[in-house]
Write a protein that binds this ligand. Structure first.
Ligand code: SAH
Length: 503
């Protein structure tokens, strides 16, 4: 079999290209790179009338109370495999537990640091929450919300594996490092910005949001105020007339770098140099401005073409002591405070000793694999989005990491090809989008005979489905750890450890 399969070629920049690279199809049948984020963001969706609408998944949670208790665990310690009828744990935003491995290399954080336990009793107190619909837990305390989320994971994983206490945030506000805004004319020509009201194509005016970065919100306000004087017309979804469709802003919380992406229906932006100058005068913190061209009738926010108007066209941020570049179309976790804890847990569960071959599937810009590489023999990252893979390769270079390679292609296809040519792995780390993984991926993963699989999931429903498949294939889920990455929204992230059953 091995000679039939040529798993990947390598280009000059060191990017591997998987054979039979496949594009995903979106709802309109057009080709696109997957832009499906698992970041809890509100997708632009279409209602029956073909209008763009922002929708949330809706139902009001049952409110239960949950008093927090600290969960203490030592660095690298195996999880206690029993069902902790657990209480949520709170993590503090600024907490930076630097964990060094024996060789003094930066290692990953794990769950060993002492949690700060504090009751965040207030609700969201957002004046537009009812109209906006982006958040689900608007009327209950944060601790009650954590208890609901933990309960949901516990319920779904009943009979599959124990669920540990959810890890919450000490300060669950203004945590999103990425925001989108859309614009609309009101009667009299006033321009408002915000998000589409649930089930409609009316933009709910949101001048400041309790979960979004405040610098980003202020920049959106400035852009809105500049549009008229620069004669920038707002794009109309129905007529296709106008220019500006969305604005996306990303801020590196630890570097302070700010990227503004103007998503436009055409590459021709009136007086673009003066617009950039006026925006930068008000916001000197902006480090790059990009014009993204989205000329398709699509529900995807971003198009494929980026024109750099100012700066380097990407931002950098630091996570777990490494520096990562992030391009406009690349995925990057939206809650970096919680991400450090999530990654720390995922890598601790991988039980690395420095020798292992690790596969980081659905790797995005390479974050998990690059952080894990300090404690692994070799890491192979696989990712569908071409821009993300380019970032990942440059991220390895930027951090002086030489034991990691990246493959650009469909993770399932690459796994099938690689397993067929006899590739083995000691650990498979997988972090698929909300839709979860595929049977083909999982069948091939088990053919590689990893001792452990660490599954990072942003959707507990597809996690359960996939854990059942993996069980059938000989991998037992040992424990699951929920993380609150999307405070006030109904998504919940979970890390799950699976071990290989002996034959
Ligand atoms: N592990 C990364 C990314 C997780 S998000 C991080 O923590 O940042 C899921 C990633 O899977 C996205 O980058 C998305 O582009 C990618 N993806 C989606 N479908 C894929 C597929 N079929 N094959 C490979 N990657 C895919």
């Amino acid at each position: 079999m091995a000679d039939r399969v040529n798993p990947a070629g390598k280009d000059k920049k060191g990017v591997f290209f998987a054979k039979n690279k496949k594009f995903m199809k979106n709802g309109t049948g057009r080709e696109r790179w997957t832009d499906e984020r698992n970041d809890g963001e509100k997708p632009v969706m279409r209602d029956g009338a073909g209008k763009s609408v922002m929708r949330k998944s809706g139902e009001k949670p049952a409110i239960k109370d949950g008093a927090e208790k600290p969960m203490m665990r030592k660095s690298g310690e195996k999880p206690a495999i029993k069902d902790g009828a657990g209480k949520p744990v709170m993590r503090k935003s600024g907490e930076k537990p630097a964990i060094k491995d024996g060789a003094g290399k930066p290692a990953m954080r794990n769950s060993g640091e002492k949690p700060v336990v504090k009751n965040v009793s207030g609700g969201l107190s957002c004046p537009v929450s009812r109209m906006c619909g982006g958040c689900s837990f608007t009327d209950c305390s944060y601790s009650a919300q954590l208890a609901v989320k933990e309960g949901k994971v516990r319920e779904l994983l009943k009979g599959i594996c124990p669920v540990m206490p959810i890890t919450g945030m000490e300060n669950p506000y203004y945590y999103r490092n990425k925001i989108h805004a859309t614009f609309q004319y009101r009667k009299g020509g006033e321009i408002v910005s915000g998000i589409y009201q649930e089930g409609t194509h009316r933009v709910v005016k949101v001048d400041s949001c309790r979960i979004e970065d405040q610098t980003a919100d202020a920049i959106i306000g400035t852009i809105r105020s500049l549009l008229k004087s620069f004669k920038v017309k707002i794009y109309d979804e129905d007529t296709g007339f106008g220019l500006l469709r969305h604005v996306m802003i990303r801020r590196g919380f630890s570097t302070g770098e700010v990227m503004v992406v103007l998503v436009c229906a055409s590459p021709v932006f009136p007086s673009k140099n003066n617009f950039v100058k006026a925006l930068r005068e008000k916001h000197p913190e902006i480090t790059t401005i990009v014009l993204n061209v989205n000329d398709k009738h699509t529900s995807m926010v971003l198009g494929e073409r980026n024109i750099v108007l100012y700066g380097k066209g990407f931002i950098e941020d630091r996570l777990c002591q490494l520096t990562f570049r992030i391009s406009p179309n690349s995925f990057y976790q939206v809650n970096p405070v919680q991400t450090e804890f999530l990654y720390g847990k995922a890598i601790a569960l991988a039980g690395l000793t420095g020798k292992e071959r690790v596969i980081d599937a659905y790797c995005g810009i390479g974050t998990i694999g690059l952080i894990a590489s300090a404690n692994a023999g070799e890491v192979i990252g696989v990712e569908l989005n071409r821009d993300a893979v380019r970032d990942a390769v440059l991220n390895a270079k930027r951090n002086g990491i030489t034991n990691v390679n990246f493959v650009n292609g469909d993770a399932g296809e690459w796994m099938v090809e690689s397993a067929a040519r006899g590739l083995t792995a000691d650990v498979v780390l997988m972090d698929p989008p909300r839709s979860g993984s595929t049977e083909a991926f999982m069948k091939s993963a088990v053919q590689m005979k990893p001792q452990r699989i660490v599954y990072v999931s942003c959707n507990p429903e597809t996690l359960v489905r996939d854990l059942k498949v993996l069980k059938r294939l000989g991998y037992q889920a040992e424990a699951a750890y929920p993380y609150d990455m999307f405070c006030w929204c109904d998504h919940v992230e979970t890390v799950c450890l699976l071990e290989r059953l002996s034959n």
